[in-house]
Ligand binder design. Structure first.
Ligand code: FES
Length: 164
């Protein structure tokens, strides 16, 4: 006569097996979905809008110039004192893209006619505040614009610029 000293085994019922399988499947799908969403909401750091954009070399921008950057959706303004200001091209009225109109020497929104001067201050139209700006940093003679961090303002202040 032999005694069975082995640990008791627990049989998994068909219902339990299906429940565990279902939970595992939901977990895997949830992880996949989270991964896709995480990649989607991450800032694009490949030089496009939403990440840090290398706008070019400091010396590429003349004093008193306004240069559009399509990939970053901003205008890089180089003021007469040599400092930089990056203006988001998005109108502060209802969000249209605002072009710089050289013949008018101002930004002129095509949607409802808001006007902004070289530093983005409202000169006319329904826009409630100046164009938003992005932080600018200069490293090794190159200009970088952080398009993931727009800043709103009520007026232009030289503290919003970055010295070269
Ligand atoms: S969206 Fe620019 S003026 Fe309305």
């Amino acid at each position: 006569m032999s005694a069975d000293n082995s640990k008791p085994t627990k049989n998994v019922s068909r219902r339990d097996f299906l429940g565990i399988s279902w939970a595992a499947l939901v977990g895997i799908l949830g992880a996949e979905t989270a991964g896709v969403l995480f990649r989607y909401i991450q800032p694009i750091n490949t030089g496009g809008f939403g990440g840090i954009v290398n706008a070019g070399k400091v010396d590429d921008f003349k004093r008193g110039s306004i240069t559009p950057n399509q990939a970053g959706r901003f205008f890089l303004v180089r003021l007469e004192d040599g400092s930089f200001l990056a203006l988001w091209q998005k109108c502060t009225h209802l969000g249209c893209s605002v072009p710089w109109v050289e013949a008018e020497n101002q930004f002129h929104c095509p949607c409802h006619g808001s006007l902004f001067n070289q530093v983005g201050e409202v000169q006319g139209g329904p826009a409630p505040r100046p164009l938003d700006f992005f932080p600018v940093t200069i490293e090794n003679g190159e200009v970088f614009v952080d398009t993931g961090n727009p800043t709103t303002r009520t007026k232009f202040d030289p503290g919003q610029t970055t010295k070269a």
